[in-house]
Design a protein around this ligand. Structure first.
Ligand code: IFM
Length: 469
């Protein structure tokens, strides 16, 4: 990796913070969703989660112990602007102030995401992401956070995985707000993209010139089940809805014509207004890529059965106008999410973006694996599968770097075991174990190993990370 490569780990507000009623925070759509019976495995909620809101100082101490160069976290919008009208809650801002100051004091660079799926419930009550106004509210919120923290935070991400917000939130309904309406999912998608573009402008107005603005996309490595033309056309369609529906407006200022055609039975796209695509394509400084597993698709199938697609169980597809497409699993070993392990997918999405935007620096903003870890009699948590997963994916990043991709950093998902959305606490992604009865943290073997990788890199490059620079 380059000398100034940033080695990090990531979390997100609702998944780790807890303290959902503290310091003026109002409910988000995930509070509502997780408290709705049947929505989340075991009735789990983020009410306490890992208690990071209270334990953040000791968590930052762990980061320092691991030698992390950066910590990627998200801000809970409902802590900052907890009610309609735009009033800013100073106690909410103060929490992130303390977190950022603690990170900087411990030599860990903050990497801030503005939206990791926890829309304030009052905005959902007004229509959520199907309501165009939500994009303007997001830009206002971005400006508030930019003003408060822009003097210390250099790495900014507007949205995390907007595909999930739009298509799991409004299509399959396995994520909050739990809507199952393909037209609504495409409307939400566009308003999320617009929110990103408006937030870029709002952040630019607040950040000093060193501020770097990005968006984190979970682009899909889509493969055909066979060379059959029905399968290759399924790849084109899914690629359109997973990848080009983001990359084309962001990088080229237009939606792909074939996607507009493929989805014409669902919506006429009249929610796109003049000027929207110019806003969405405002230049960004880097792009975040989140990757876990490839997608294998086949065409010409019978309409799907109820299924667990690795995000949750639903009778509704997250893919609009794709009822004739089947999603298969690649062969080979899988993680506890049922996700096949294939690092070449990460290589493929990195070089794709390298080819489409050669000047744009990239960050792997999430990558990691869930396994059912057990604590040994000696208290040790041996998680060789997770270690192997991360090592193999780092290998894919290194290969992409060697092939000319400008990858500036890698963030393990996740620092901590946490609230894994529809799966609650049943899936553990952390390199640090959290005992959800006591909230005690224990470094897993993968954490010790990741620390040694970082230390070896520093040893080779003389502590060359750009943190705080
Ligand atoms: O836990 C999630 C995270 O919030 C977003 N990306 C995928 C992770 C694993 O499912």
């Amino acid at each position: 990796m380059p000398a100034d490569f940033l080695w990090g780990a990531a979390t997100a507000a609702y998944q780790v913070e807890g303290a959902v009623a503290d310091d003026g925070r109002s409910p988000s759509i995930w509070d509502t969703f997780s408290h709705t019976p049947g929505r989340v495995h075991g009735g789990d909620t983020g009410d306490v989660a890992t208690d990071h809101y209270r334990l953040f100082r000791s968590d930052v101490a762990l980061m320092r112990q691991l030698g992390l160069g950066a910590y990627r976290f998200s801000v809970a919008w409902a802590r900052i602007v907890p009610a309609p009208g735009g009033r800013v809650e100073p106690r909410g801002v103060a929490f992130y102030d303390r977190l950022v100051d603690e990170l900087l004091a411990q030599g860990v660079e903050p990497a801030l995401t503005l939206y990791h799926w926890d829309l304030p419930q009052y905005l959902q009550d007004a229509g959520g992401w199907t309501h165009r106004d939500t994009a303007s509210r997001f830009a206002e919120y971005a400006g508030v956070v930019g003003r408060a923290l822009g003097d210390r935070v250099r790495i900014w991400t507007t949205l995390n995985e907007p595909w999930c917000s739009a298509f799991l939130g409004y299509g399959s309904g396995v994520h909050a707000p739990g809507v199952t309406d393909p037209a609504a999912s495409l409307t939400a998608h566009h308003h999320l993209m617009l929110a990103h573009g408006e937030a870029v402008a709002a952040l630019r107005a607040e950040l000093p010139s060193e501020g770097r603005i990005s968006i984190a996309l979970n682009l899909a490595a889509v493969r055909a089940a066979s060379a059959d033309p029905a399968d290759t056309d399924a790849v084109r369609r899914v690629d359109g809805l997973a990848n080009r529906i983001f990359l084309d407006p962001l990088l080229r200022g237009g939606y792909p014509p074939d996607v507009l055609g493929d989805t014409a039975s669902v919506t006429d796209w009249s929610f796109v207004r003049d000027g929207d695509l110019a806003a969405i394509s405002r230049p960004i400084d880097e792009m975040g890529l989140n990757y876990y597993t490839p997608s294998v698709v086949a065409g010409g199938a019978e309409p799907g059965d109820p299924r667990d697609d690795g995000h949750g169980v639903s009778d509704h597809s997250p893919w609009p106008a794709c009822d004739d497409i089947r999603f298969l699993h690649a062969p080979g070993p899988r993680t506890a999410m049922g996700w096949p392990i294939d690092p070449t997918g990460l290589y493929d999405i990195i070089v794709r973006v390298r080819d489409e935007a050669p000047e744009l620096p990239l960050m792997v903003t999430e990558n990691g694996a869930a396994y059912p870890d057990t604590v040994g009699a000696d208290g040790r948590i041996a998680d060789p599968e997770r270690q192997a997963y991360i090592a193999a994916h780092l290998g894919a990043v290194a290969r992409a770097v060697a092939d000319g991709a400008r990858v500036r950093g890698y963030f393990v998902w996740s620092l901590l075991d946490n609230f894994e959305w529809a799966y609650g606490y049943a899936k553990r992604f952390g390199i640090v174990r959290v005992d959800f009865a006591t909230r005690d943290r224990t470094l897993k073997d993968s954490a010790h190993w990741y620390a040694s990788v970082i230390a070896a890199h520093r040893g080779r490059h003389g502590n060359g990370e750009s943190q705080g620079a």
